[in-house]
Design a protein around this ligand. Sequence first.
Ligand code: ATP
Length: 784
Amino acid sequence: MSSACLASQVGKLEEKLLEQSQEVEKLCSELGATDLEKQLEVVVLENKRLRQELSSCLRSQVRTAIVLESLCFSPTSSLQDVDALRRQLAQREDEAKQREQQLLHLQKRMEEEAARLELLEQSLREREEAELQLNRRFRECQDALSQQAVLPLQVKYVTRTVEVESPRTKKTLQEVQARNQALEEQMEVQQELLRELEQQLHESQQTSSQLQAQVFPLLARRHGSPTLDLTRLHYLHQVQAYEGEMERCQSQLEAEMQSLEEQKNRIIEEAFIRAESEMKAIHENLAGVRMNLLTLQPALRTLTCDYNCLKKQVQDFPFLLEKAIEEAKQEICHVITEVSSTNQELLRKYKREMNLRKKCHDELVRLKGNIRVFCRVRPVSQEELNISEARNIVTFDPDDYAILHLANKGKLMTFELDKVFPPEASQEQVFQEIQSLVTSCIDGYNVCIFAYGQTGSGKTYTMEGVMDDPGINQRALQLLFTEVSERAPDWEYHITVSMVEIYNEMLRNLLGDNPSEKLDIKMCPDSRGQLYVPGLAEFPVQSVEDINKVLDLGHMNRATACTNLNEHSSRSHALLIATIAGVNVSTGHRTSGKLNLVDLAGSERIGRSGAEGSRLREAQCINKSLAALGDVIHALRARLAHVPFRNSRLTYLLQDSLSGDSKTLMMVQVSPLDINVNETVCSLKFAQRVRSVELGPAPSSSRKQADHSPASSSPTHDSVELDSPPVTPVSLPISRVSSAGPALVPGSARRRSQSHLSSGQHSIQMHTQTDTQGQLLYLSAMFL
Ligand SMILES: Nc1ncnc2c1ncn2[C@@H]1O[C@H](COP(=O)(O)OP(=O)(O)OP(=O)(O)O)[C@@H](O)[C@H]1O
């Protein structure tokens, strides 16, 4: 009965084990193929195997019990039992060895599990690195976003990058989360299963120990032999020791598994917590990125709007530019038209003003007198100072620059001219007084400046000057250049220079190749009455250097034709003729003026001292030309109908520069010493004669003349008959024609005083008379 009961219990246990193993298999089939599942599967299989062994052991015990029962009824079979028990024991020992091997195998598996756990940790670390990379990438995205915020033009691109990166990160995060969740779920299921299996194993062990506890007393009762009992007990103890060892190993294994499980759980939990915190950080970053995106979106919209506006403007720009250019063109055309009309108006005004200025200048010169007479007293030279009897007889009126007093034979003669220069007057001061005449040449007037006086009175000094202190010639040409350059670019001027010498009524070209060649004065063939000198060299000049070259050439040529230049120069007239032709660039108006600078021959009365031969001829020629000049100037000033230009080569050559609205200046040079008093008186009388003739109806000139009239009534003045010219009265047909004849009281001219005597006993009275043909000028000087 007891065997049957045991067999039924064993059968039940087997069934239960079978059920459990089926259930485990079923669970295994339900579970996935993860590492933990496999481990669980291995453990379950091991458990199954152990159970099978346990069941076989139980069966062997049952068989042993049956054998023992049979032995109890048959003592002869004890030896067989002992053998059987030995075999069983050997079998148990084998089983124990197998268990040890199994334990070793389990330890190995545990190590493998630890290695897998390491792999798991490795994968966790990789995941962490991936998360770190994601974080880094996220931070880079943030940096890029902030940079893009600074650089508005690239915002669009960065935003797009962020938009692309964010879903990717989100997707990866979601995948990681899902995987974590699945792992957690699997772990929970496996833990549950493990617990159940442990529970089952524990129950099985309890059942096994209970069965053993039930089997051993039975065995002990059935085998009554003490030896046998001791042996059996020994084996039983061994079995129990093995079993205890097995249990201990089992419990160690369980404890290790438990600790491994806990370690694994802890690691997973930590990884999970870390992953959660990282995920939270990623979420926060993502939220920040979203915020940035939200803030960037309006800016992006504004930028897009701006971009569109600019794009539209760029597209419209060519059209607008074309329109603006068209408008500007129209405006420029309009402005050009306006400027052109204004320019025309200005040009018209300019012409009017130019004419007005010319008229004013002309009027000014006319008011000053078209024919002016200056006097310059040269300083006393060192040689003259050494002469004991040399005495200064010239004094000046400090209140009137036009008055000169001359002490002559105890009488004080007073002469009034347009201007008197004392010996201290510099070249510059002299030139300042005549420069308005020079500039009028540029306006198209003809100007003649004569230096008149006895030999050594300073004519050449005044006209040519010295190296360091140039005279009128050089200063006048320099002034022409200055004026011409100031009038550029409105006016273009062309200046040419000629130099002529008149010696013994013969013309010599001082700038020609052959200075000895004689020139003639001819009428222009164009029947306009213009005179010209065929073969006269004209040099164009553009600078002061050109002037100096021309003047040097003239001097050189003058010197080559004579043995003694100083003596020769006293006996000949030297003319420097500058022609100024101008054209107005704007109006095309043309002007042509001529400046004649004449250094006359000495006017002393050589003929009176009985000169003969060539000197007499020279004196006659000089007298003739100077008398003719006096006649012409007088006729011009008196506005006579006929002006005797042809009476000398000098006046004939200067005809066009003396007539019309030409301007003439006579610079009378005198010596201040009493040894030259006669020549000085003659020169001053000549000057007085030229200046004092009434100019007819011109009001300004009349007034000028009227200013002088009170002096003429002075009873104290010497009345001096001014011969014309004050040179030797040799028989010259032309001079005689002009100066001979009775002293007629002029009809229109008034009698005026020319000089005042300080003693009040003498007065100089001048009579101007014209004949009916207007050819005769007769001046008489009467000493009262
Ligand atoms: N204003 C002056 N200042 C200084 N020196 C003068 C002045 N005038 C004349 N002289 C001097 O007097 C001398 C004679 O002058 P200059 O040769 O010019 O007389 P001139 O009238 O030309 O004589 P000629 O008829 O012989 O040519 C020269 O040595 C000259 O330097």
